[in-house]
Design a protein around this ligand. Structure first.
Ligand SMILES: [Zn+2]
Ligand SMILES: [Zn+2]
Length: 184
């Protein structure tokens, strides 16, 4: 293929990767890993980590106390784990190998729509307690923990990213986790 032609195809391929649906992209990625051992090796290096390299943060037992035994047990196994996980605190994707006690910025309590949301915005979606309304009017949603709103970018609490465990999420987060872009 001539150089100009190759450049054009590269541009087109880049554009297609940027605009194709994530579902289709995942299918294609799996196929590439299946047919090309080199690509599979790269994918493993980029997407998996040894348990000993993963830093999941402190484990908490049922009484809310730090559970050092549980963490030591997890670390003693060498099997690979997914390198990227979804944090239940900040609702973002994070790299488990670079997680530290200051990696995560989050709020400890739910945000609620302010009473003036409707009065000031009559065109607000019919369900004010929705992600759609949050995205459209972030300044009208206040977190109960600190009184900051969604538009103020610094959440009030710093800590470890904690891998999402749907069952352990407080009720007010269970419904909302997954709104973010991480699962898209
Ligand atoms: Zn807060
Ligand atoms: Zn986090």
């Amino acid at each position: 293929m001539a150089a100009v032609q190759t450049e054009k195809v590269d541009d087109l391929l880049g554009h297609t990767i940027d605009t194709i649906s994530v579902v289709k992209l995942r299918q294609i990625f799996k196929t590439i890993c299946k047919v090309c051992p080199e690509a599979k090796k790269h994918a493993e290096e980029l997407l998996l980590a040894d348990t000993k390299d993963a830093k999941p943060g402190p484990r908490v037992n049922e009484d809310g106390q730090e559970d050092k035994d549980a963490l030591a047990k997890e670390e003693s196994t060498k099997r690979p784990v997914p390198r990227y996980a979804f944090c239940g605190n900040c609702e973002k994707e994070f790299d488990v190998t670079t997680n530290t006690s200051t990696s995560c910025l989050y709020h400890t309590m739910a945000d609620e729509p302010d009473e003036c949301l409707y009065e000031d915005n009559p065109t607000c979606p019919s369900d004010p307690d929705s992600m759609e309304a949050r995205e459209q009017y972030p300044e009208f949603f206040t977190f109960k923990c600190c009184g900051r709103n969604r538009e103020e970018d610094e959440p009030c609490t710093v800590g470890w990213h904690q891998e999402l465990n749907e069952e352990k999420q407080p009720y007010w987060k269970r419904a909302r986790v997954g709104y973010g872009a991480a699962y898209v």
